[in-house]
Write a new protein. Structure first.
Ligand code: ZN
Length: 367
């Protein structure tokens, strides 16, 4: 993720903090500082850091459970909206997904129990003090925060843990894709209800959360269907085979001609031996034109070092590589390294459309 900084590495997983999270801390310190002085600012920042420590532990719950099934996690990022664990994949066995999805909320339950014990021995829960800006009872505040985190995450809607729990439970009784569709629909129904409620009550944050859940459910459903439709097919079945290339001596001016003459948006740049030197995207081209002018060589602004795909690579795997590369297109090369195709996200979705049309129940001869 761009604009995020690594702050630690625990159990082989990088812990990263996004710049906007630091901005959030700064904002909180400022607002509380103005209203209740240094003391207020200290407690507000301290409280926020402690809550996000719980978010981090929650994400580690997911990551460590996934690790038990051999699934690695690249990193965990803290954002103002919460934590994101970048797992290599989600387990598809329903029982494993259930365990991974529940491991996060389970961490909150453990924290709640620990806080309960500590509070029981230290004067009990003091709810009034939570809203006292000059010296809130941090332990009670953490108790409330963990309870909200637990209940919120168990809402049965993607991308929340509850949505995954629901899918995993459904998937024990039906195919994975159908379970995902049903879980996503329930999630969207809930998001719609929450959004309507938020609109009537004028609750902006809750409204944003509803939109976030709605989009998350949509994405998950689309992603799973795309993945299932593409598994079992090789890259060569969906790659672009007719496309224009640029020579590494070409200038941006010549690239503009190529751009205007075709519907292509990415151009492989070839070296003297016909090997792939880099990829020029429409975005790079326009940016380069504005910064350096039309006489600039394409090699100055092209993207280098992209991973290449082999034609027999599984489409599902290729799609993951494409997503992780952050590029809009990847080169497909044969054994000798010669460029034979271009693999783009549009290819995958077009391929998916065709597969979907072929698999329509009304097209099948047998019921
Ligand atoms: Zn979670």
């Amino acid at each position: 993720m761009r604009w995020s900084f690594k702050i630690a590495r625990v159990a082989g997983i990088d812990v990263r903090v996004h710049a906007t999270f630091l901005l959030l801390l700064g904002g909180i310190a400022y607002i509380y500082g103005v209203h209740s002085g240094i003391r207020g600012a200290f407690y507000a920042v301290m409280g926020t850091v402690l809550v996000f420590l719980c978010v981090l532990l929650h994400e580690f719950g997911h990551a460590l459970a996934a690790k038990a099934y051999g699934i690695s996690t690249a990193d965990i990022s803290l954002l103002p909206i919460g934590g994101v664990a970048r797992m290599e994949r989600m387990p598809e066995k329903p029982l494993q997904e259930l365990v991974v999805a529940l491991a996060g909320p389970l961490v909150n339950v453990i924290i709640l129990l620990a806080l309960g014990v500590v509070l029981a021995f230290s004067g009990g829960v003091n709810l009034e003090s939570v809203s006292d800006p000059e010296g809130p009872d941090l332990l009670t505040m953490l108790l409330v925060a963990n309870l909200i985190m637990l209940l919120f995450n168990l809402i049965p809607a993607f991308p929340l843990d509850g949505g995954r729990v629901l899918r995993a439970l459904l998937a024990t009784k039906m195919p994975y894709a159908r379970a995902t569709r049903i879980a996503a629909s329930i999630g969207q129904g809930l998001a719609f209800a929450i959004g309507t409620f938020a609109a009537f009550k004028g609750l902006l944050l809750l409204g944003l959360i509803a939109i976030f859940i709605y989009i998350g459910a949509e994405n998950e459903s689309a992603f799973v269907q795309m993945r299932l439709a593409s598994s079992g097919f090789p890259v060569s079945s969906a790659m672009m085979t007719r496309f224009n290339t640029l020579d590494h001596h070409s200038t941006l001016d010549q690239a503009v001609d190529a751009l205007l003459g075709t519907s292509q948006r990415q151009f492989p740049v070839l070296d003297d031996n016909g090997g792939m030197a880099g990829l020029l995207t429409k975005h790079n081209l326009l940016l380069g034109l504005r910064r350096f002018g039309p006489g600039t060589l394409v090699t100055e602004v092209m993207v280098r070092g992209l991973p290449s795909l082999l034609p027999h690579t599984n489409l599902e795997r290729a799609f993951t590589v494409l997503q992780q590369s952050g590029s809009q297109a990847l080169p497909v090369v044969d054994q000798t390294g010669r460029l034979i195709g271009l693999f783009t996200a549009e290819n995958v979705s077009e391929f998916f459309l065709v597969q979907n049309a072929l698999a329509r129940p009304d097209r099948r001869s047998a019921p």
